[in-house]
Design a protein around this ligand. Structure first.
Ligand SMILES: [Cu+2]
Length: 101
């Protein structure tokens, strides 16, 4: 009977281990984009509202004065390249200034 209880314990042990399935962790990155072509505050607004609506984007901070935007996003959902394409669609020239991590 000792063997039977050992096998039973083993089943319980394995059962517990395989039940825990964690969701993939979001890979949040922060990228600073250099944006040429913003001439007024409505430029900031239009870029900001477009980026904010994109799935995976966590925070957006657009500055016409600085000529750029800081964007935090989930890299498992969206890429910096896609964001560049989206901002470019509005008629601005975009490049990556820095990114972390
Ligand atoms: Cu403008």
């Amino acid at each position: 009977m000792k063997i039977l209880s050992f096998v039973l314990a083993l089943f319980v042990f394995i059962g517990c281990g395989s039940e825990k399935k964690e969701a993939p962790k979001p890979a949040v990155v922060k990228v600073s984009f250099k944006i040429d072509g913003m001439v007024c505050s409505s430029c900031e607004k239009s870029i900001e509202s477009k980026l904010t609506k994109i799935d995976g984007v966590k925070s957006v901070n657009v500055s016409q004065e600085v000529g750029g935007a800081d964007v935090e996003f989930d890299a498992s959902k969206i890429s910096a390249e896609k964001l560049i394409a989206d901002i470019s669609e509005l008629g601005y020239k975009v490049s990556i200034q820095s990114s972390q991590p």
